[in-house]
Design a protein around this ligand. Structure first.
Ligand code: SAM
Length: 252
């Protein structure tokens, strides 16, 4: 069986005892039926990845001891995803894939044509967390409460590139725009994908007015919003993020 890998809030340091309770306890004791001597990988987004050994189980929790650090904490790309929530399970898949594709912050934004009235943020968090645990990243993406697109743009941090996925023919092909950005020094970035009905024209004008906005085209076919999310994130990682070989410029 593969060693389970869990995100925890505890500080992690050598020979430290710790107790996992609640869902973690249930998962390790009841679902996986692990006992004394079994090992588990733990990470907390701050202290790297550790191997812990189960010492014993109680009715309240799993008593563990941290044995060895497997990886130090590394600096990860600073990439936000802003997307208009869509209906059904595809919104959960967006959170899952954003976790796997190394997004640092997931921001549901409400646009004029967003049809979803309620976003289950807890479920998005659970999907992003499970994805981070299984894909071996060392951090969790932060999942924000939904925000109006106008408010997100009004408080846009200076210097953060905003790639606006815009199906309009005048937008630069994405590979070209990313190659241009790769010639500059590394900058924090974000990707913005519209709802199924697309952005309203005044929304596009508002976003395009940001000095750091780069409108990009994803080719001649109209993609579903979730496909546009995955394609844009993958291309960004390949051109500017940690899919590049060597030092991708994210060290501090
Ligand atoms: N405006 C369209 C309509 O109502 O026919 C559909 C919008 S599309 C389903 C959802 C979002 O995906 C768009 O707002 C855009 O951000 C992105 N998108 C889809 N295809 C794209 C393309 N070829 N180039 C750039 N962005 C695209």
């Amino acid at each position: 069986m593969t060693e389970p890998r869990l995100f925890v809030d505890h500080d992690l340091q050598a020979e430290q005892p710790l107790t996992l309770t609640g869902n973690h306890h249930h998962y390790l004791a009841k679902v996986l039926r692990l006992g004394a001597g079994a090992t588990v990988k733990l990470f907390n987004g701050r202290d790297g990845e550790w191997r812990a050994v189960i010492d014993h189980m109680t009715r309240q929790g799993v008593e563990m001891i941290l044995r060895e650090r497997l990886r130090p904490q590394a600096v990860e790309p600073d990439l936000w995803l802003l997307f208009a929530p869509i209906k059904g399970k595809r919104v959960d898949t967006i959170a899952e894939k954003a976790g796997e594709l190394g997004v640092s912050r997931i921001m549901p934004v409400i646009t004029q044509r967003t049809v979803v009235s309620r976003v289950n943020v807890d479920r998005l968090r659970a999907n992003a967390r499970e994805a981070a645990e299984q894909c071996e990243r060392l951090t969790l993406p932060e999942v924000m409460e939904p925000l109006d697109l106008g408010a997100a743009i009004a408080s846009w941090p200076a210097g953060r590139v905003l790639l606006l996925a815009d199906e309009r023919a005048s937008a630069t092909p994405i590979a070209e725009a990313l190659a241009d950005l790769a010639r500059e020094s590394a900058r924090p970035a974000a990707v913005l994908i519209g709802p199924e009905g697309g952005f309203a024209e005044d929304e596009k004008r508002l976003v395009r007015a940001l000095p750091d906005c780069v409108p990009v085209s994803l080719g001649p076919r109209l993609l579903r919003a979730d496909t546009a999310v995955f394609a844009t994130l993958a291309l960004w990682q390949a051109h500017l993020g940690d899919w590049r070989g060597g030092d991708a410029g994210w060290s501090q």
